[in-house]
Design a protein around this ligand. Sequence first.
Ligand code: ZN
Ligand code: ZN
Ligand code: ZN
Length: 336
Amino acid sequence: MPELRKDPIHDRWVIISTERGRRPSDFVTEERKPVGGFCPLCEGNEDKTPPEIMAFRDGTRPDTPGWSLRVVSNKFPALRIEGNLDREGEGIYDKMNGLGAHEVIIETPLHHETLATLPVKTVENVLWAYRQRIVDLRRDSRLRYVLVFKNHGQAAGASLEHSHSQIIALPIVPKTVAEEVEGAKIYFRYKDRCVFCDIVRQELQQKSRVISENEGFLSVAPFASRFPFEAWVLPKKHYPRFEHMETFRYGQAAQILSETLRRMNRVLRDPPYNYVLHTSSFLESAIDDYHWHFEIMPKLTRVAGFEWGTGFYINPTPPEEAAQYLREVNSDGSQL
Ligand SMILES: [Zn+2]
Ligand SMILES: [Zn+2]
Ligand SMILES: [Zn+2]
């Protein structure tokens, strides 16, 4: 019997359909084929990207080899950082100029590695770079939100093969985030508790949807997963902002993120995926009702007419089964 489930934050229904293709082997993911050719993100090609905004280097000069991570402006930015924010009305329509920032985080100098194959320490570096960029962009009073996201694999929208994530800073709080924040606020008003903290508590108790956990973090297949093998990474403790955590937490976060991606890699054979980092907007001050997290969405199915027309998602893999596949991938004792 299919089941309708409602997400407690987003007021969003999903259809968990058990009769469709649901095992990992039922999903045909396009194999990631090496594209080859010239790569502007590789070490040695620093002059082929815009100048670096920041980098982790061992004493080498900017825009030369000898780095472990670089952040550069996007060569084809969706938004630009120069100028003033002009808001305008045109009859009933509103518009403003495309002010913002669009940056690329080159996660490794090595072309063939991915976040799922790189050491945890490198993933931690990536999280530090996210943090540093968010802190820096926050200082710009024209901006209200920074979205960190990653497209992995062509099917998930990655135009370059080399492992990278992107940052877009916006002069408005995006709708998806605003809705999530609002949903969390409504829950808080009602119960006087953070909905994410409640999710963490219940998932740790129930265990059936937990993929992995350590002292500070856990990854779960959310109760109302929109997509097969969707996973969220959450801090166990209440942290509204990604950039405001004790230093040691970033290593813990990196370990769970890395482990979750590695398990997905094994179960789903290097699937294309997107992830987003959701954190509080710049507008909020003291926040009891919002809790930062990663949402990871493997691209195994296509969003079709029904989803577009209703906002309902049809998910052919119950999250309890997805979590079990992901948990058990290491049960033969092999090294994750
Ligand atoms: Zn490369
Ligand atoms: Zn919380
Ligand atoms: Zn979210």
